[in-house]
Design a protein around this ligand. Structure first.
Ligand code: NAI
Length: 337
């Protein structure tokens, strides 16, 4: 059955890596019908809005999107793209897998997934200054809001992800020893959810500072990691670093009302229009989309072809140590399908 997916090619290198990804998926026989929409600067150019209603309407209809990197316009009066998407589709789970593809890296055979709570914690935007005497900004307060419902759905998502993807263990990362109320609620709720999976998925707890060290010393000990917003933001980039940086890092934002898949990197303005961008991260994001819609065998084939091409190293882009163009790299992967 054909699945309709909203495609947002994006800004900078976005259109070029999106074209490459769409071409690869077509070659792999993916049953997808793309509804191409604009956002970012392309949205401003066409509709005066970085996240036009037509784009939101398309995702409301398809409930699925593949998104290239977007440039956030500077200046007042523009809606924040990420906030609009997160709010409209209640994208509560940020999923960031990291596994070793590049040979010769510091760690071989890593295969981790970090699941970050995306809507609560210190990022809720409840902040204010406090006046002391005649200094209006003598102090500042930022509120970390954690709810039982929000904690339960993210930890449950992590366990369900583990079950669906044949993974063995969920590590819950927290700082409940110091933040006894907010992080304590997250930990208590996590422990409760974990009981439902006892005997099928292993559960462990780690304090975030010890976790940061352990990820460097023994990353192979971890499998699925679940944590709150700020810690997830930091640790997800850390695990990308363990496998060679953001160049091959995909991400998914999953919500009650939709799922949006993207490359973690930005629009790369320094190389935009030169035809040398690495489309790998967006291709891996597209594989997450294929998994999500049940086309898992196709996702496996695409990943295998991409991995072989990178390990061979003959037709890879500059950032991977080669001199192939985006298109030549894509042709190389298609030839291996
Ligand atoms: P960036 O990720 O665009 O670039 C950082 C460096 O990595 C640059 O040297 C770039 O050439 C390189 N790079 C990134 N992706 C690459 C690829 N696929 N192939 C080869 N090289 C690649 O980060 P930067 O420069 O901080 O941000 C540029 C713009 O992107 C900003 O407007 C920012 O707001 C936006 N951005 C958007 C994101 C999104 O929509 N998800 C995420 C991050 C940044």
């Amino acid at each position: 059955m054909t699945t309709q997916v909203t495609l947002i090619p994006g800004d900078g290198i976005g259109p070029s890596i999106s074209n490459a990804t769409v071409r690869l998926l077509a070659a792999a026989g993916a049953d997808i019908e793309w509804d191409s929409q604009v956002a970012g600067m392309a949205g401003v150019a066409r509709f005066g809005d970085p996240i036009p209603d037509a784009t939101l309407d398309s995702i409301k209809r398809t409930k699925l999107a593949l998104k290239g990197p977007l440039e956030t316009p500077v200046g007042e009066g523009y809606r924040s793209i990420n906030v609009a998407l997160r709010k409209t589709f209640d994208l509560y789970a940020n999923v960031r897998p990291a596994y070793s593809i590049l040979p010769g890296g510091r760690y071989e055979n890593l295969d981790l997934v970090l699941i970050r709570e995306n809507t609560e914690g210190l990022y809720v935007g409840v902040e204010h200054y406090i006046r002391v005497g005649d200094d209006p900004r003598a102090a500042a307060e930022s509120m970390a809001i954690i709810t039982r419902a929000g904690s339960e759905r993210i930890v449950r998502y992590a366990f369900e992800y583990a079950v669906k993807h044949g993974r063995k263990k969920v590590t819950l990362v927290h700082k409940a020893n110091i933040l006894k109320f907010s992080q304590g609620l997250f930990l208590d709720t996590g422990r409760m959810v974990a009981r439902d999976y006892a005997g099928s998925i292993e559960f462990e707890e780690r304090i975030v500072d010890a976790m940061a060290m352990n990820l460097v010393l023994h990353p192979e000990r971890f499998d699925v990691i679940c944590t709150t917003n700020l810690f997830g933001d930091i640790l997800s980039d850390q695990i990308s670093g363990l496998v060679g940086g953001l160049g091959l890092a995909p991400g998914a934002n999953i919500g009650a009302n939709g799922a949006i898949f993207e490359a973690v990197h930005g629009t790369a303005p320094d190389i935009a229009g030169k035809g040398v961008a690495n489309p790998g991260a967006l291709m891996l994001a597209a594989c997450m989309l294929l998994d999500h819609i049940g086309q898992t065998e196709r996702a496996k084939r695409v990943r295998r072809a991409l991995e072989q091409t990178i390990r061979e190293g003959k037709t890879v882009t500059r950032d991977l140590g080669g001199n192939a163009s985006t298109e030549e790299f894509t042709d190389g992967i298609i030839a291996k399908l």
